[in-house]
Design a protein. Structure first.
Length: 270
């Protein structure tokens, strides 16, 4: 069997991986998470996002892994770094971070053919109260979505858990981007929406691998993509935050592949 095609497909086109495949996803996820663990010390006022990305590139190479994003559709960096009102796909560059800036760093690595994809939030200098609350709500929304991952639930259950919590906090969920299936490919079915109705969408089955990565805005949910064809920003220039885990459905729940080895998934954790 072609290693890229192992497992079976559901009628929705979602690949079901084998029990032994979880180990490969854990290895890839652990590397991506460990790289992000070491980013906090590089985020400070006066730092540039291109310097952060250069260190990520070096760390991927030192680990003997491959960056999934370098060369992907012409992209030339080992990370996406999205600052303040940038929702996702921010391109590393020479602009310096300012005190109070918040940023999402998103890294995907390939280890032995398996993809590890994760992102988390960081702050340069002093965190404002409104940014702190946005980060808290976004993190908690991700975890509420993950709590819904178990066989027999639906992808609509995941989206509804995220949306209902975020909107109860008077914030909004971005509709223009979503999570995705992964495994031995970077992007595959399903599209994992971060909003929806309970009981709708494909039914979760043991062996499904996918990301959950809600983007939450302090203002309205609408986004626009800049002329570089990558950078997505909030239309109303409100702050945006995102957290992302790669997960697998187990027989009785969920396995998170991208847990922080150092317990630093959230900026206040260490």
């Amino acid at each position: 069997m072609n290693e890229n095609l192992r497992g079976r497909l559901t009628r929705d086109g979602i690949r079901i991986y084998e029990p032994e495949d979880f180990a490969g996803m854990h290895k890839a996820g652990a590397l991506a998470a460990s790289i992000l663990d070491r980013m906090a010390e590089l985020v400070f006022p006066g730092q540039t996002t291109e310097a952060i990305d250069a260190r990520i590139t070096q760390m991927v190479e030192e680990a003997g892994a491959t960056s999934a994003t370098i060369g992907y559709k012409g992209y030339q960096h080992a990370s996406c770094i999205s600052v303040n009102h940038v929702v996702c796909h921010g391109i590393p560059g020479p602009k310096m971070l300012k005190d109070g800036d918040i940023l999402n760093i998103d890294v995907t690595v390939i280890v032995d053919g398996w993809y590890g994809d994760t992102s988390r939030m960081y702050v340069a200098g002093t965190l404002s109260r409104k940014a702190e609350r946005l980060i808290e709500v976004t993190h908690d929304a991700l975890m509420k979505g993950i709590e819904m991952v178990r066989p027999g639930n639906t992808f609509g259950d995941i989206g509804h858990a995220i949306q209902s919590y975020v909107e109860s906090q008077r914030m909004s969920v971005v509709r223009d981007f979503c999570g995705h299936g992964l495994g031995r490919v970077f992007h595959a079915p399903p599209n994992v929406l971060h909003y929806g109705r309970p009981g709708t969408g494909a039914v979760l089955e043991e062996g499904m691998f996918f990301t959950i990565e809600p983007m939450v805005n302090l203002g309205r949910p609408e986004t626009k993509t800049l002329a570089d064809d990558w950078t997505a920003v909030t239309r109303d220039k409100s702050l945006s935050a995102q957290f992302e885990h790669s997960v697998g459905v187990t027989a009785d729940g969920v396995d998170i592949f991208t847990l922080s080895p150092a317990g630093r998934f959230h900026p206040t954790y260490g």
